[in-house]
Write a protein that binds this ligand. Structure first.
Ligand SMILES: [Zn+2]
Length: 403
């Protein structure tokens, strides 16, 4: 019997050809692209270049290739039903994990190849993150575990209530020990918890400071769910790395962004996860309160864009029927409403989002050395946003999903 002393690694080259390519950054599309994949990694990207010997050729004809989309704020644990909180309450851990798995797969099929889960129950998203490492039907997952909230506060039913400076510090430490990627804290109330008031802060400055300090001591970023203006002001003073929602919501409207807040957001390069993405689902609509506030929210969004605030899409996928797993595609026209070009909106949902999530070295761009996460659509999404929904193919780390 002979034992081989060397193993020749078999290269699994795939050459994908299409009509156009958006690389995640360059506003000009590359014509006649060939993207060569070596297993799970992009080997080369070029225009009208020859296909390497032995590569399997996939010709997508008139399609446009883009980096897979990156959603900075999802809830895999919610099922995008009319009442996801009650639906979750009826599921044990195994059933909840099964729902999360199919939710994540649906996101991937819709072109979302990286998601950051900002609130689960029982750290279930960490189990799915582990599964995704070897399962090419799942997107890459980053996870916060259960959000840290006040006793009885917003999303308390997800199980991580903490009060006072010491309580908050202990909660952050417990999350760090479980191996989360980010800390999520509910700085203000929220919409989907009965009795919770989004326009009111939940924590004071001292607790937010303790949370941010403890997160940073563990080399973890921290993001604050913040609607109320006071919660945003305190969150900035506390040193939050990013914010979710940032609606400046009042009891019956929306505050204009205070000038000093706008300046601080831009100067400190704080990332703002914009709660965009509204899927046109028959019979479903956003809550009337949000519809009434929309003009003021758009005005604030335009000012943030004008000031150069680092905006990404954090859709809150899962919380309602209008928020299906792949809802981020519907965030693109909303970014355009704020004044972005289509290319800028796609950049915000690919390369910029990947960088904001700490994955800018391997996600969000189609370039050599990057993970082969690719969305192929029919038509040109820069001139026709609807093209983004005509999905031809999705590759997750080099593996084509069956559609
Ligand atoms: Zn959320």
């Amino acid at each position: 019997m002979t034992t081989p002393t060397t193993v020749t690694e078999r290269r699994r080259l795939t050459a994908i050809r299409a009509a156009w390519l958006f690389d995640g950054t360059n506003p000009n599309l590359l014509p006649n692209p060939t993207v060569v994949l070596d297993g799970r990694t992009i080997l080369s990207v070029g225009s009208a270049v020859p296909v390497p010997d032995g590569a399997t050729v996939v010709d997508l004809g008139s399609a446009t290739l883009l980096p897979g989309l990156v959603d900075g704020h999802v809830h895999l644990i919610f099922d995008a039903s009319d009442d996801p909180v009650s639906a979750l309450a009826r599921r044990d851990a195994a059933a909840a994990f099964a729902t999360m798995t199919s939710f994540a797969r649906a996101a991937a099929r819709g072109g979302v190849t990286t998601v950051r889960d900002l609130g689960d129950r029982g750290y279930l998203a960490l189990g799915l993150r582990r599964a995704a490492a070897t399962d090419p039907t799942l997107p890459e997952i980053l996870a916060a575990g259960p959000p840290i909230t006040t006793p009885g506060g917003h999303c308390h039913f997800l199980g991580d209530e903490a009060a006072g400076v010491d309580g908050v510090r202990a909660a952050v430490r417990a999350h760090a020990e479980r191996g989360v990627d980010i800390i999520k804290i509910m700085a203000s109330g929220g919409n989907m918890t009965p009795g919770s008031r989004p326009e009111q802060p939940q924590y004071g400055l001292a607790e937010l400071r303790a949370a941010a300090d403890e997160a940073h001591r563990h080399n973890l970023p921290i993001t604050a769910h913040a609607h109320a203006t006071q919660a945003i002001v305190d969150g900035l003073a506390a040193g939050m790395d990013s914010f979710e929602h940032l609606t400046f919501m009042t009891a019956d409207g929306v505050d204009p962004i205070p000038d000093e807040v706008l300046t601080a957001l831009a100067r400190r390069a704080v990332t703002v996860g914009m709660t965009l993405g509204l899927a046109p689902v028959p019979g479903a609509a956003p809550p009337p309160g949000m519809v009434a506030r929309r003009p003021a929210l758009i005005a604030n969004g335009r000012r943030m864009l004008g000031a150069g605030v680092n905006m990404i899409a954090g859709t809150d996928a899962g919380i309602a029927p209008i928020k299906p797993p792949d809802v981020i595609r519907w965030a693109i026209p909303q970014f355009q409403q704020l004044g972005m070009t289509a290319a800028e909106a796609l950049h915000a949902c690919t390369a910029r989002a990947a960088t904001a999530l700490g994955l800018g070295h391997r996600k969000g761009q189609l370039r050599p050395g990057y993970d082969a996460d690719i969305l192929a659509v029919d038509g040109d999404p820069l001139s026709d946003p609807a093209a983004l929904h005509a999905i031809r193919a999705v590759y997750i780390r080099g593996t084509a999903l069956t559609r």
